[in-house]
Design a binder for this molecule. Sequence first.
Ligand SMILES: Cc1cc2nc3c(=O)[nH]c(=O)nc-3n(C[C@H](O)[C@H](O)[C@H](O)COP(=O)(O)OP(=O)(O)OC[C@H]3O[C@@H](n4cnc5c(N)ncnc54)[C@H](O)[C@@H]3O)c2cc1C
Length: 408
Amino acid sequence: MDAKIYVLGAGIVGICCAITLQRDGHKVVLLDKTGPAAGASFGNAGAIVNGSCVPTSTPGIIGNALKMLKPGGPLSISPTYLPKLLPWLIRFTLQSSEKNYQRNALHLVALTKHATNSWQKLLKNTDSADMFKAVGWLRLFETSQAFNANASSRQLMTDLGTPYQTLSFDEIYDLEPNLARIFQHGFYQPDCHFISNPQRMLQSLTEHFVANGGQFKVAEVTDIKVKELQPMIETTTELIYPDKVVVTAGAWSTKLTKGINYSAPLETERGYHMMLPVTNAISRPIVSAEQAFVLSPMETGLRVTSQVELAAVDAPANYAKIRALLPKVKRMLPEAEMTEQSCWMGCRPSLPDSLPIISQGEDKNIFFAFGHQHLGMTLGPITGELIADLVAGRTSAIDLSPYRADRF
Ligand SMILES: Cc1cc2nc3c(=O)[nH]c(=O)nc-3n(C[C@H](O)[C@H](O)[C@H](O)COP(=O)(O)OP(=O)(O)OC[C@H]3O[C@@H](n4cnc5c(N)ncnc54)[C@H](O)[C@@H]3O)c2cc1C
């Protein structure tokens, strides 16, 4: 124990790794080019989806994607980025076979079923627990057609032991009385939680880490190298020689690993949010299944999150589509004030099989924790626990082979 460990990237995954490693007795430095919560962890929907098991690449993905690509749909692909993206798209599509889908679901739920428990452990003895709310996760359907189309996901959840309830019209409005009476079917996961301010959560956890002797530094990493087991981090201002390094830079992670000759098929599914000055309208994150957006009752207002935009990680944001959702949100909450407060874009780090990399590298003092796609908030704390096991050389309660860095 007592190694000097640098964790590179202060999103939810990096912060969770830093805290669990610190609790294991290591000297930990958490480093970010901008600050805590500068990436996807800033503006997500805040849902902690315990037991989430449906991979993004599902049987029938090509037909579904074509529907989603229609004007106004939730998916877009940058034409100029398409040639660069193509190898990832092919790998992603190959994951949609029934066999791969079932296998990926199994390995996903092996992690997500620990989400609530790991969050509770992480939050112990911190000042951040007020933001972790036991309100569940609700999906709503306007038509029986959309509800029936979701049957295979529900079957998968039943098969893998993820608890859920289907809700009637009356049960939906018992839970959420302020919604317009447009929904016929509901689908509720009562054991899910909600982070009511992801940015404040990350800032507060970073403060906890620093108060307990950790160091937080703003610095941009330009390269990592290893010589005779000794890692070297190059930043724009200095060279650092730690005992061990954990790469947690989300969608930017593989940009940092070129110097150690490590690459992975990491792309970004860019997502957007819009904030509205609405409070107390709903009590939990709610998915509108047909309109493909999530409404989250953040402590800073109502957050509308949506979209998968396949484009370069550093391409400029285009807020037109998220803004175009305003009338649809209004239809769902007719009494609410619909004035845009702010818009945001974040880069989900995604690998073709919907599973993260949680792994020791070929260089044994380098560790990887990235690629958490749509579930990084859910999976941050369990990832931190597993990285601490790997660093300590402990056998984890979860078989880590499905998340190995060399699986591609
Ligand atoms: C619209 C949207 C909604 C979402 N909703 C949910 C949800 O409800 N529930 C859920 O579980 N997940 C959700 N997600 C996914 C989740 O937000 C991500 O999976 C998660 O935030 C990824 O965390 P991360 O720590 O890996 O990466 P990030 O949060 O992106 O952090 C990476 C960090 O690395 C830093 N960095 C990058 N390059 C360098 C460098 N060279 N040097 C130093 N630092 C560097 C960045 O500044 C950044 O702070 C959502 C995502 C989006 C976009």
